[in-house]
Design a protein around this ligand. Structure first.
Ligand code: COA
Length: 180
């Protein structure tokens, strides 16, 4: 554990760095990372009982965890949805601290259980979560059936902006990261 790294509640001022760090470490072309977006971060911040924390090296956000009391229709389950640590700061126990502070906040808010989902090739995340007390509860496999009449390089259909935003938010549509 690196005591120089402070773990503090996430505020509006951290939003840009959190968004950028997520784009750096999540492969947003594949599930479950396709829903990573400004909306995903902002919705967490907007929720009164969020459990969002950042790890700071001075003013630099080197890690974050985004949790909430919103898991589907269960109001007694917390959801630890996103966690990331900057590649040059990994392996120093920062994610462990973030998982613990987020979990403690969610339990204090009345969560009976905390849910997290781990993509099956993400061994670092799986090891982090199982060694933090999470146990496997259910396995969901995303199966895809391609339309045989659809050329594989077909252009994306045009959707009304509001529909598109909603699909992206729910992880059903991926978009290119915003240009910076
Ligand atoms: C997963 C991730 C957050 C771990 O961050 P970290 O700060 O390096 O993790 P920590 O140093 O706190 O390690 C805690 C535990 O996680 C596990 N772990 C971390 N990195 C690991 C790796 N590369 N391989 C295997 N296990 C790993 C270990 O169990 C470790 O405990 P140990 O040090 O006692 O062995 C980081 O690798 C990351 O940001 N990955 C990309 C984003 C991502 O996949 N997020 C999860 C899905 S939302």
């Amino acid at each position: 554990m690196d005591p120089a790294i402070a773990v503090v509640p996430m505020g509006l001022g951290h939003l840009r760095q959190v968004l950028d760090l997520g784009h750096q470490v999540f492969d947003t072309t594949t599930k479950p990372y396709t829903s990573w977006s400004l909306t995903a971060v902002a919705e967490h911040l907007d929720s009164a009982d969020n459990a969002c924390w950042v790890a700071l090296d001075s003013d630099r956000v080197v890690g974050f965890v985004l949790g909430s009391m919103e898991f589907e229709h269960r109001d007694d389950w917390g959801y630890l949805e996103w966690i990331a640590v900057a590649p040059d700061m990994q392996g120093h126990g920062i994610a462990r601290r973030l998982v613990n502070v987020c979990s403690e906040a969610l339990f204090a808010r009345g969560a009976r259980h905390i849910v997290t989902d781990v993509e099956d090739r993400n061994s670092a995340s799986a090891s982090l979560m199982t060694s933090s007390g999470f146990v496997p509860a259910a396995t969901v496999t995303l199966l895809v059936r391609a339309n045989p009449d659809e050329p594989t390089d077909a252009a994306e259909p045009t959707l009304p902006p509001i529909t598109k935003r909603d699909l992206v938010r729910r992880g059903r549509l991926s978009v290119d990261p915003p240009r910076r």
